[in-house]
Design a protein around this ligand. Structure first.
Ligand code: GFB
Length: 306
C-alpha cells in the first residue's frame, strides 16, 4: 500500500529510474541478496517502505515474524546503503513505537519514555531499532539517513484479510459483506473505545517525498531528535469510526463488540507540530479518504468477481 502510493507520487513528480524490487526478485531478509542488489543497481536514494505489517491480530500472533523480518529488512538495507554511499535514506516506522501510556499527543521526545503496548511490542522494538540504526549510522559515519513515523495509514492496496488487517479495511469489508448478505449485525473487536488517528496513504507519500527533497538527517539529530512524526493531528473513537464506515457503506444494522479481542493501546495521537513547522500538512480528510478506499475496494471486489 505505502510503496505503490510513493511510486505513484514520484512518477507524478517526474522522477525516472525508480527501482521497485518485488519480494519475489529481492528478499530483503537475506543480506547477500541485498548487497548484490545494491552492487548492481547503485541507488542514489532509498525509501524503506518494505516491512512485515498488520493489524492488532497479526501483531499479537505473528510475534517472531514481526520482530525478525523487520529487523532484518532494516539492518540489511541500512547497512548496504551505508556501504554503497547512498546519499539519502528514509526509513518508515509506526506510531506504535511510543509507550502505551505516552503523553498525548505524542511528541518525538516521548520515544523510550515508558513500557510499550504488549500487542505490538515485537514490531515496535524492530521499528525503534530502525530509528536507532539511522541515528547511529549518522553519528558514526555521517550518513544522511533518518526515520519517519507515520500514524495509522489506510487507502488503496491495503490488506483486507479479516484476521491480519488493520481496522479500516476490516470494517469496510465487514460492513460491506453484511450489507450484501442482509445480516442484521456486525461483530467488531475490543470495546470500540480506543482512540486512533488515521491518515490517507497518498498524504504519507506526499510527506515522504517532501522530506526526501527538503529535509536532512542533521536537521533532526543536531536538535536531539531521532525521527519525525507524520499524521493529521486528529483522532476519533473506534466506535465513531465504525459509525462513519457503516454509513458510507450503507449498512443499517447493529454493531456488536467482541470483548475477547484486544483493544490495544487506549490512545495513539501524534504531535505533528514539527511537520507543520516545515510547512507541510495532509490534504485528504478522513471522510474523503474512506470514500476513495471504499471505491477502490468495490473496484477490486468486482475485478475478482466476488
Ligand atoms: O488497526 P488495528 O488493528 O491496530 O486496530 P492498532 C485498531 C483498533 O480497532 C483496536 C479495533 O482497538 C481493535 O480492537 N477493531 C475493532 C478492529 N474491530 C476490528 C477489526 O475487525 N479488525 C481490527 N484489526 N481491529 C496496530 C499495531 O495497532 O497499528 C501495529 O498492532 C501498527 O503495530 C498499526 O502500529 C499501525 O492501532 O491497535
Amino acid at each position: 500500500m505505502v510503496g505503490s502510493s510513493i511510486l505513484r507520487r514520484l512518477t507524478a513528480d517526474g522522477y525516472e529510474n525508480i527501482l521497485t524490487p518485488k519480494s519475489t526478485t529481492l528478499d530483503l531478509i537475506v543480506q547477500k541478496e541485498v548487497e548484490e542488489y545494491f552492487d548492481r543497481q547503485k541507488p542514489e536514494a532509498v525509501i524503506i517502505a518494505a516491512a512485515k505489517v498488520g493489524g492488532i491480530g497479526a501483531n499479537s500472533s505473528l510475534r517472531a515474524q514481526f520482530i525478525y523480518e523487520n529487523l532484518m529488512i532494516e539492518a540489511n538495507t541500512i547497512h548496504a546503503a551505508y556501504r554503497h554511499g547512498v546519499r539519502k535514506l528514509i526509513s518508515l516506522g509506526s506510531s506504535c513505537i511510543y509507550p502505551r501510556m505516552a503523553l498525548q499527543p505524542m511528541k518525538e521526545e516521548e520515544l523510550l519514555s515508558g513500557p510499550l503496548e504488549t500487542t505490538n511490542e515485537p514490531y515496535a522494538v524492530a521499528k525503534i531499532a530502525g530509528i536507532k540504526l539511522c541515528e547511529s549510522y549518522y553519528r558514526q559515519y555521517g550518513c544522511n539517513f533518518f526515520s519517519v513515523m507515520p500514524t495509522n495509514l489506510f487507502g488503496p492496496n491495503d490488506n483486507f484479510d479479516l484476521e491480519s488487517s488493520h481496522v479500516i479495511p476490516a470494517l469496510i469489508r465487514k460492513f460491506h459483506e453484511a450489507k450484501i448478505k442482509g445480516a442484521d449485525s456486525v461483530l467488531l473487536w475490543g470495546s470500540g473505545k480506543p482512540r486512533r488517528e488515521f491518515m490517507y496513504v497518498d498524504d504519507l507519500a506526499r510527506g515522504v517525498c517532501f522530506l526526501m527533497e527538503n529535509h536532512d538527517a542533521n536537521d533532526l539529530f543536531e536538535k536531539g531528535i531521532s525521527h519525525i512524526n507524520i499524521g493529521t493531528g486528529e483522532d476519533l473513537k473506534i466506535g465513531e469510526l465504525a459509525s462513519k464506515i457503516a454509513k458510507l457503506v450503507g449498512f443499517t444494522g447493529k454493531v456488536a463488540y467482541d470483548s475477547a479481542k484486544p483493544d490495544g493501546t487506549p490512545r495513539k495521537l501524534l504531535d505533528v507540530s514539527r511537520m507543520k513547522a516545515l510547512g507541510w500538512a495532509p490534504l485528504t480528510s478522513l471522510d474523503e479518504g474512506l470514500q476513495k478506499t471504499y471505491d477502490w475496494f468495490l473496484g477490486a471486489t468486482t475485478a475478482r468477481g466476488v
